[in-house]
Design a protein around this ligand. Structure first.
Ligand SMILES: *[C@@H]1O[C@H](CO)[C@@H](O)[C@H](O)[C@H]1NC(C)=O
Length: 468
């Protein structure tokens, strides 16, 4: 049975109903904006964390009854976590200075953490605490003050990703790719799970886990549409999968990414951007795709014209992929400790869920199409491991603040948590191999060793396929 069994319903509902729900709630909000208040300034954009901001307001839109019995307070709607809070202020309207129906005053808002919020004035009746009306909203975004080290982080991720693409261009082995493509079913399954299943899964998971936070949805989606990471080849070797297939799939997904990333962002991604009221950064996304083609071409050219350098570059590809992941995790933690404030249970589930679902879906597809166990393993690993460096690169270069900061937490979480299930798998494999070896020895010393009975136990690959 499909291991996702009850959850596929949520995924489908999330994908279908998510946008509809957002549209409806936007319409309902619009209808309730009955109280006209003009704020000065009319919005608080990019206020720094830790700042105190005074907002004055005026309104003519009060009835004599409301002035007699009304109590007004500042209501804050934070998106996701608590970005801002009002400095408590309650206005009893019949004690406020009024000029006919004209009333003006001011309140303070303190910015606690990066993110978005809206502030409204809410008018209640003093007698029964009923909400009489709610004002139009004051939009607030809170950002971090950008430090030099933030720029350094962004640029060093970009540089490392580019170097890895040069390395990768050097490491592509046309013969292996050609040979593997003779039986293209494995690579096709890998492509489908990488660029069809993963974007859809990340979109569905984002809608289910972060229905309120469009920034987190963007972070998930950008991570989901990223190509496979170089670490997939290392894990495939470690866990005993088909390395040639893994290399071929990584090659295909590296090239396909130039087309598939823009295709997904401009189609399904548009739903998130539209709901976030953000324009898709077309030019930025296009230039990132081009920006990755250049190092890849350099690598291919090196391989052709300077084979010695290319050989060296190809050799350091794998260690470099590990360095990139370590760098992202460590640098992100040191400079962007704010990321840990964003580590909610949803982020942990997202960080674990995306690679897990990738492994499961990749494995399932391989199983359904009756691939050999070593190929299933390679496909599963290839699908589950995303190139989080590219996701971070895209997010930080294409989004403004605070989106760039908020969204980065998702690929960082995925980068931190992807190795966990793989390492666990490795330990289980080792343990099984060890215990079957021990049993083997015991049985032999008992003189009842029957190799044919032990066959299924000692066959690692057979075991993996039966676990999928
Ligand atoms: C806002 O805060 C400032 C600084 O603490 C204070 O001087 C001012 O009176 C406050 N304004 C309101 C409306 O509370």
């Amino acid at each position: 049975m499909c291991p996702l069994w009850p959850f596929h319903v949520f995924l489908i509902y999330g994908i279908i109903l998510g946008p509809l729900w957002m549209m409806t709630s936007a319409a309902v909000n619009q209808m309730m904006h009955t109280w006209n208040v003009s704020f000065e300034p009319s919005s608080l954009l990019n206020i720094p964390i830790g700042s105190l901001n005074t907002v004055s307001f005026e309104t003519y839109d009060l009835t004599p009854e409301e002035i007699q019995y009304g109590v007004v307070s500042v209501q804050i709607e934070n998106a996701g976590h608590d970005s801002v809070e009002p400095v408590d202020k309650i206005y009893i309207l019949n004690t406020e200075p009024m000029n006919d129906h004209y009333w003006s005053s001011a309140f303070n808002i303190s910015a606690n953490f990066l993110g978005y919020a809206k502030a409204r004035l809410k008018l209640k009746s003093i007698n029964d605490d009923r909400t009489l009306k709610t004002s139009n909203a004051l939009n607030i975004t809170v950002v971090r003050e950008e430090k030099a080290i933030d720029k350094a982080f962004t640029w060093s991720v970009a540089t490392l990703v580019s170097i890895i693409y040069i390395n990768f261009g050097c490491a592509i082995e046309p013969d292996i790719v050609k040979k593997t493509l003779k039986r293209p079913i494995g690579p096709v399954i890998g492509f489908m799970s990488q660029f069809v299943v993963m974007p859809l899964v990340s979109f569905g998971l984002a809608k289910v886990l972060f229905p309120e936070s469009l920034a987190m949805q963007l972070g998930m989606f950008f991570t989901g549409v990223s190509p496979a990471g170089g670490a997939s080849n290392i894990w495939t070797v470690t866990l005993g999968g088909n390395l040639n297939l893994s290399i071929t799939m990584t090659t295909i997904s590296t090239f396909a990414a130039f087309v598939m990333i823009p295709v997904w962002i401009f189609t399904l991604g548009q739903l998130i951007f539209a709901a976030a009221n953000t324009k898709i950064p077309y030019a930025r996304i296009a230039s990132i795709a081009v920006g990755l083609v250049i190092p890849l071409s350099i690598g291919l050219a090196l391989q052709r014209f300077c084979p010695k350098i290319a050989k060296f570059m190809a050799r350091i590809l794998r260690p470099f992929s590990i360095i990139l992941i370590l760098f992202i995790v460590i640098f992100a933690i040191i400079t962007n400790y704010y990321i840990f404030k964003l580590f909610s249970w949803q982020i942990v589930v997202a960080g674990l869920g995306l690679p897990w679902l990738g492994f499961v879906f990749g494995g399932l597809l391989g199983h359904v199409f009756r691939q050999p166990p070593m190929d299933i393993l390679a496909i599963a690993i290839e699908t589950g491991i995303q190139n989080t460096g590219i996701a971070i690169f895209m997010l930080r270069f294409s989004l403004k603040q605070p989106e760039a900061d908020l969204t980065t937490v998702v690929p960082v979480a995925v980068a931190i948590m992807t190795p966990l299930p793989l390492a666990l798998w490795y330990v289980i494999k080792k343990f099984q191999a060890y215990s079957s070896q021990k049993r083997n020895i015991r049985l032999e010393s008992d003189g009842v060793g029957d190799p044919s009975r032990l066959e299924p136990l000692s066959n690692g690959n057979g075991r993996i396929s039966s676990h999928e």
